[in-house]
Design a binder for this molecule. Structure first.
Ligand code: PMP
Length: 387
């Protein structure tokens, strides 16, 4: 049994203890945390749909008519027409033949990777992939090989030397850096080597592309180029859950083989109804993506002028690299004193020496919110010397 006290004390001393805050408001730019009203730049509600009246109405109407719990797994009696309709809408949205719903993105990634590889297989992944993809390889019992971040050449060298590789997996938008995967190169490589490419576009769906189809829409990569596409529903779409899209045959296979699909209760059907509504809003209201792009450009210009170190990201994920964990904490605390919430992200979530503030933007941030943020960053920089 672990020594809880000692383990917790070690984390505290290393400055790595993660703390939870209690939220007493709906998601949005202004939230109430631990009893305090704050301006948040840390949620993944990129399009501002998590508290949209139309989405709330879809959820409550469906709950009133269809109840709340789904009652069982998809394979027993939990697969509701509302799930079916959302799966079809997501397939259409991503230009794939079919899609299957999962309760979370974490489970979707575990389910797919473990269904695609066994103990004697190899899975190739970007070094900075989300934890759920790395954990999926562990669950599969497969050998995990990781290539240098976003380096197609490195991926090619590993793949060419490997005859047992059954899956190449990458994030579409990297969750801690905000940069994009080199999908053109990776899809060409995978096609050449006859290995399926899996893209986890958790942060791209809804955000990238004229209709929010994600990185595959932007790059014009169809089902044959990216045969396994994962998207989450709790970020830009503002609800919760995830989907995996691909050919009908692949999705049929997944429904039979993905243990995280089979052995778990289906998401409440009302959540599927809410997500359908948010998907419509996502497609119809392109101004949300335009607003995001404007905020990102504005932030980058101003933060650079203030002397902060940014990353090569044009997505709503904008990290400010600080370095040591204690300096990232000091900067986060300096912002918190000004009622601005941007948690510090520290190792092991990011590499040693790359602690950062991970800012995220939402279409619902106003100009005034942005001005408050930039003013606070200016003051915090002179106070802490961070940048
Ligand atoms: N993939 C990526 C790239 C993510 O950032 C996340 C969430 N942080 C997930 C998967 C997991 O999604 P969910 O929160 O729906 O479990």
């Amino acid at each position: 049994m672990p020594d809880y006290t000692a383990e917790l004390e070690t984390l505290r001393q290393q400055g790595l203890l993660r703390e939870r805050r209690v939220l007493d408001s709906a998601q949005g730019p202004e939230i109430v945390v631990d009893g305090r009203r704050m301006l948040a730049f840390c949620s993944n509600d990129y399009l501002g749909l998590a508290s949209h009246p139309g989405v709330i109405e879809a959820l409550t109407d469906a709950a009133r008519e269809q109840g709340v719990g789904s009652g069982s797994s998809h394979m027993v009696s939990g697969h509701h027409r509302l799930h079916q309709e959302l799966e079809e809408a997501l397939a259409e949205h991503t230009g794939r033949e079919a899609a299957a719903l999962f309760s979370t993105g974490y489970m979707a990634n575990l389910g797919v990777t473990a269904a695609m590889a066994g103990r004697h297989d190899v899975i190739l992944q970007d070094r900075l992939n989300h934890a759920s993809l790395l954990d999926g390889a562990r669950l599969a019992g497969a050998r995990l090989k990781r290539y240098t971040h976003a380096d197609t050449g490195a991926a090619a060298r590993l793949l060419e030397a490997e005859s047992r590789c059954t899956l190449v997996a990458t994030d579409g938008v990297f969750s801690m850096d905000g940069d994009l995967a080199p999908l053109d190169g990776l899809s060409a490589l995978c096609r050449e080597q006859g290995v399926p490419l899996m893209v986890d576009d958790a942060h791209g769906i809804g955000v990238l592309g004229s209709k929010g189809g994600g990185i595959a829409e932007v790059r014009g990569l169809d089902q044959s180029a990216v045969p396994i596409l994962v998207g989450t529903l709790g970020k830009a779409l503002g609800v919760g859950g995830a989907f995996v899209a691909g050919s009908q045959e692949f999705v049929d296979y997944l429904v039979q083989k993905a243990r995280t699909y089979i052995y778990t209760t289906a998401m409440p059907p009302a959540m599927a109804a809410a997500t359908r509504r948010s998907l419509e809003l996502c497609r119809e209201e392109g101004w949300r993506r335009e607003r995001l792009a404007k905020l990102v450009a504005w932030f980058r210009d101003e933060a650079t002028a203030l002397g902060y170190r940014l990353m090569e990201s044009w997505t709503p994920i904008q990290p400010l690299i600080v370095g040591p964990s204690d300096r990232a904490m000091a900067l986060s605390e300096a912002l918190a004193r000004r009622d601005i919430l941007v948690p510090a992200i520290r190792p092991p979530t990011v590499p040693q020496g790359e602690a950062r503030l991970r800012l995220t933007f939402s279409a619902s941030h106003t100009d005034e919110h942005m001005e408050r943020l930039l003013e606070a960053l200016r003051a915090a920089r002179s106070e802490t010397g961070a940048a």
